[in-house]
Design a protein around this ligand. Structure first.
Ligand SMILES: *Cc1c(COP(=O)(O)O)cnc(C)c1O
Length: 278
């Protein structure tokens, strides 16, 4: 885990440490709870929603994070202040080791997809698998390794998980949306990670008067799509150019382009609102 931390400092339980002091990272267990928040212009976007979900993940694991939202946001502000990184991703990791709470806050190098990806759409693959507790955002190292191998082999940006009965449920780090017969489909909330971006995108569709249906889509139906995209904190709203060997013209689809643009506006509005409160 220490490899992914960039910048020379991190915050542990509300105190700044030098990154040389990495033994704490080694105590983080594989099943730790985490969040990734995008920092834009120094502002942690939708931080309240992310922290709410982190607390919910902890509750699902049978524990509670001993810190409130303001304290967590203060830790992020400490890092921003100390490093002057203003456009980056911050990762929050919470773990318990020998009865002690470890709450780490550090910057990671985001795998932002790049301009081309948004213009053309990204390549994705189908991957047979399910996450154990869909609503819990945990670091699951072994599962992630297997998926990473498959992604690398095929040059895919993301793997889309297919469950036992053949439904395409979610990406490994993103939520999925399909455009079919002019309507947007996304798998039901019960079976997926409740993405912050997902929630915002559903709202945007309502504003744009595009019908959204929370329904499963079977992998057999993928050839009927007019478009598809994934959502997440790192990718925002990212058109899918292909799923395995099926090309999909998502990036040139006007409704998807509108959703991409509205989400970008929403992030800017969040920054403005945060700065007005300061
Ligand atoms: C983090 C994550 C997402 C995206 O959630 P956001 O809140 O939009 O960043 C989707 N699926 C999985 C499995 C995730 O871990």
């Amino acid at each position: 885990m220490k490899r992914e931390a960039i910048s020379d400092v991190f915050v542990l339980n509300q105190e700044i440490h030098s990154i040389e002091h990495t033994d704490m990272f080694d105590q983080i267990r594989g099943s730790s709870i985490y969040e990734v928040i995008k920092i834009m212009d120094g502002v942690p976007l939708f931080a309240g929603e992310h922290i709410g979900r982190m607390k919910h993940s902890a509750a699902l694991s049978g524990s509670a994070i001993p810190m409130n939202a303001d304290e967590i946001i203060t830790q992020i502000a400490m890092l921003v202040e100390h490093t002057q990184h203003k456009n980056i991703n911050v990762k929050l990791v919470w773990s318990q080791s020998r009865g002690k709470d470890l709450f780490l806050t550090y910057f990671i190098r985001p795998e932002y997809p790049g301009r081309q990806a948004y213009l053309l759409g990204v390549h994705t693959i189908l991957f047979q698998g399910e996450r154990e507790t869909p609503h819990m955002k945990t670091i699951s190292s072994s599962f992630r390794e297997r998926v990473r191998e498959a992604r690398k082999k095929s040059g895919a940006y993301e793997a889309l998980l297919v469950n036992e009965v053949g439904y395409v449920t979610e990406g490994t780090r993103s939520n999925i949306f399909f455009l079919k017969e002019g309507k947007i489909y996304t798998p039901p909330a019960e079976a997926v990670l409740l993405g912050v971006t997902r929630r915002h995108v559903v709202e945007i569709c309502e504003t744009l008067e595009i019908e959204v249906r929370e329904e499963n889509l079977h992998q057999k139906e993928l050839s009927e799509l007019e478009g598809a995209f994934i959502t997440g904190t790192t990718v925002d709203v990212l058109p899918i150019g292909s799923i395995d060997d099926r090309p999909i013209p998502s990036a040139s689809e006007p409704r998807i382009q509108k959703i991409v643009a509205c989400y970008a506006e929403g992030m800017k509005a969040c920054v403005r609102q945060f700065k007005q409160q300061e």
